[in-house]
Design a protein around this ligand. Structure first.
Ligand SMILES: [Zn+2]
Length: 120
C-alpha cells in the first residue's frame, strides 16, 4: 500500500488518510488539508462591468483591464509605468487575459498597444 501522492509506503491502515478520493500518507494529507482555500476577494468586484470571466483574475490583471478601459489602447511601457511592474510581469499577467479574450494586442501606427478585447 502506497501513498498515491508521494509514493511513501504505508505500513498499515492507520497510516492511510483519504482525501478527495486519494489514499495518502499523513504528510501529504496534512499538506493538502492545510493548504488554504483560495480566497478571492476580487470576485466581489466581478459583478460589475465584465462578465463572470473576470473571476480569478489577479489584482494586476484587474488593474490592467481598468487601465485599458479608461485609456483605450495603451503601450506596455505605459501600463508597466502606471502599475510599477516590469515588462516580464506584465506579459505573464497579460497572457491569461488574452487567453480569456478579455484583452488583446493592437497596433496604433507602428506601436504595439494593448486594448480590451471588445474595445475599439
Ligand atoms: Zn505521501
Amino acid at each position: 500500500m502506497k501513498c498515491e501522492r508521494c509514493g511513501t509506503t504505508l505500513n498499515s491502515q492507520e497510516d492511510l488518510y483519504e482525501y478527495a478520493g486519494q489514499k495518502l500518507c499523513e504528510d501529504c494529507y496534512l499538506e493538502l488539508v492545510s493548504t488554504p482555500k483560495t480566497c478571492d476577494p476580487w470576485a466581489v468586484h466581478s459583478a460589475k462591468g465584465f462578465a463572470d470571466k473576470r473571476d480569478g483574475l489577479t489584482p494586476i490583471q484587474q488593474k490592467i483591464l481598468d487601465i485599458l478601459k479608461d485609456k483605450g489602447p495603451t503601450s506596455a511601457e505605459e501600463i508597466c509605468a502606471s502599475l510599477g511592474i516590469d515588462e516580464g510581469e506584465f506579459r505573464s499577467n497579460f497572457a491569461p487575459l488574452r487567453h480569456m479574450e478579455l484583452a488583446r494586442a493592437c497596433k496604433v501606427g507602428e506601436k504595439v498597444c494593448y486594448t480590451l478585447f471588445n474595445g475599439s
